[in-house]
Design a protein around this ligand. Sequence first.
Ligand SMILES: [Zn+2]
Ligand SMILES: [Zn+2]
Length: 321
Amino acid sequence: MDSLVESGWQVYTMLLSKCAYACICLVRLILVCGVVHRIGLLWPLRACCFRSGSISNIITALEFLLEALVYVWHMNFVDFQLACIGSFIVHETVFFLSGLPYIFLERTGLLSTYKIQTKHNTPEAQGKCIAWLLFYHSCVNFPLMLFSYRVFKFMGMRSSFPLPSWKVVSAQILFFFIIEDFVFYWGHRILHTKWLYKNVHSVHHEYATPFGLTSEYAHPAEILFLGFATFIGPALTGPHLITLWLWLVLRVIETVEAHCGYHFPWSPSNFLPLYGGADFHDYHHRLLYTKSGNYSSTFVYMDWIFGTDKGYRKLKALKET
Ligand SMILES: [Zn+2]
Ligand SMILES: [Zn+2]
């Protein structure tokens, strides 16, 4: 356990130093914007933001800022650093920032009326999850990112100008979500067969009352197996690095939300048709592995088509009557 804590601490200090470096880069970006401003090129940004409030002008302004950001990172890093270390930092930042607030809610009892289950996780169980996550992220996820970089690069991934249009980015992200959900559904069903559940997938189901961070708590073999579902879309299309990072951010936020253990009035499943969300996946965690159903990661239609959401729909109908 000592060595585990030690390696966790090493990853933590490494992340801190990376964050400090990211801050330095941000300061550089601000300085570049300042130089651009001094030579009179910032006027389109000001014009976009303040003279007219239309959405297309705001998008133009955001594109301008994004281009400045890409310009700065190209001055400081090579492709490999951006795609591997950059993706790792983006993943860790979004994962812990989106997951830790749910631990705070569970410990303080805040917003408990929206908690799906009445059971709570002990601080020891939460601590154990975080320690293993730090270990898995550095020893499994990071090498997986190094490997997938070669594949993405081979398929044409780039991080340079010109930036992709919003239409291309949106279409690719939608494709990534659909293909990920399809592959995850079948992979997850296979993991619920007797031998694989007992030896691999039971690790993820250790937490019958999930909280945001348990979304990535799994056996290393499962991380590699289901990680394939996340990477298949980008591997097939070779997207721009901006698209890859946006996909990473949205996928992490989605899976953390699905495991958060809370169903709020503002939860995305209340507004997005076909989206599963926390209530859908929480059901999967609290039932016996042979009876659980709800195998999809993001959407509900795969379980509906193959009839693996019957128990969940029956329970939901009962609650509503
Ligand atoms: Zn499962
Ligand atoms: Zn889960």
